[in-house]
Design a protein around this ligand. Sequence first.
Ligand code: SF4
Length: 467
Amino acid sequence: MEKHGIDLTEKDFAVQNKWTCDMGTCFDKKTKKECNYKPKLSDVAEGKIKQDDCLYYLQKYQSLVSSHSIWNYASYFQMMKYQKEKYAEYLNKKVAIFDEAHRIEDQIIQFVGIDIFERNLNECKIDVENYDLQDIDDVMKLSDGLSESYARQISELEDSSAFAQNPDYEVVQTLENKYKKYAEARSEIYSNKENFILNKPYYDEGGKFRSLSVKPLDISKYVSTFFDHPIQIFMSATIDKESFCENTGFNPEMVEIVDTQVSPFPIENRKVEFTDVKRLSYNSTRDDEQLVIKKIDEIMTKYSDKKGLILTSSKSRCFEILENLSAENKKRIRICHSFNANGKTQDQVVQEHAESANGVLLSSSLWEGVDLKEDMSRFQIVAKAPYPMLSETRTKIKMQKYPLWYKAQAIMKLLQGFGRSIRDYGDWADTYVLDSAAHELLLMNRKMVPHAYHDIIFPSSFKEFLG
Ligand code: SF4
């Protein structure tokens, strides 16, 4: 903001123009100077705080020097991967607690491997047609091409007279981040090449290349980078010890599971009915699919004055369901994903749903991360078991190599789905599971289902357990 000559109180104006600190030059490599507003870690540790200290670094340093602090996964992992030594004396806490532990794999793979997007190719004027995207060596050549191009762009920019007159460090910083990402990819991937899976490239409906990723199959090799405390507590309502240890590589003898025996929420508030209408799969007949949709219609009619949630396994199934509902129930539906056809965000759609009288959200992505408390949802329908999509190469290979992982992913998602509408002690919602494959998944893998769900999933044996 200072560089652009605007008052430091004009925050909205700065945000509109993208003059924000994610583009800031915290450290200028050329002049070797740090941003004037960046506080010193040693000063923050001594409690010397200035009024105009950069809020980002102030919070980061205050968190580091505090006895207890809360981090999001992205910033914590970033630090553990790249700045562990720099902040070693502050990171050596005895205890670390990791929430939403069932999502750890997704978090780790964001920090390992590479993603190549269409915009990177455009920025570097690289024609994807010149590479065999089924061949990892060729994809690595493509990645090298990207890093070389970004390096060239940085040096051309810095040597230009325009830059000398009016230096734009924001652009340099952005290019450097991209250069670093692709330059580091080669050594990371080649140091353990057999563990990296080249996913199928993603092309849009018009056949245009959109993205490509190379991701590790087994994340256990990276776990020690991110989890390095004497006592670590992983919290989740939906993990089981065996698959957790298999996936993370933690020695089962060093892991103790604290499996809450009985849910703290009353059983009558979280009833689940397995209607087992049909067993759905990729090859299901149209008749079977229609029977499931007919049941959805019946349940929606039963709860005609209530809001609810329908969960299924893909966007195409969402449209199939919508298409075949009765006219009355069709009007109640809002299809909701992170990106929606009408340009609305997930939050906007959920907000509209909250304001409706008897709306019903229909989604293949709201299995997790949405909070439909109280009247926002009084019934939930699981239309299809949420097995991971085998269209992704990594998922397919991982399923073949680690069948337990594949089942654990589906169970975790299903149980997360059960919890979307019952958010605290007094809250209630009725859940209906229509796909018998979902019921079967739980019955056949009882050991992988945390005890707190046994009363609603295996009611007869749970009574025996209670005596
Ligand atoms: S130190 Fe803070 S204020 Fe300065 S550029 Fe970096 S993020 Fe922005």
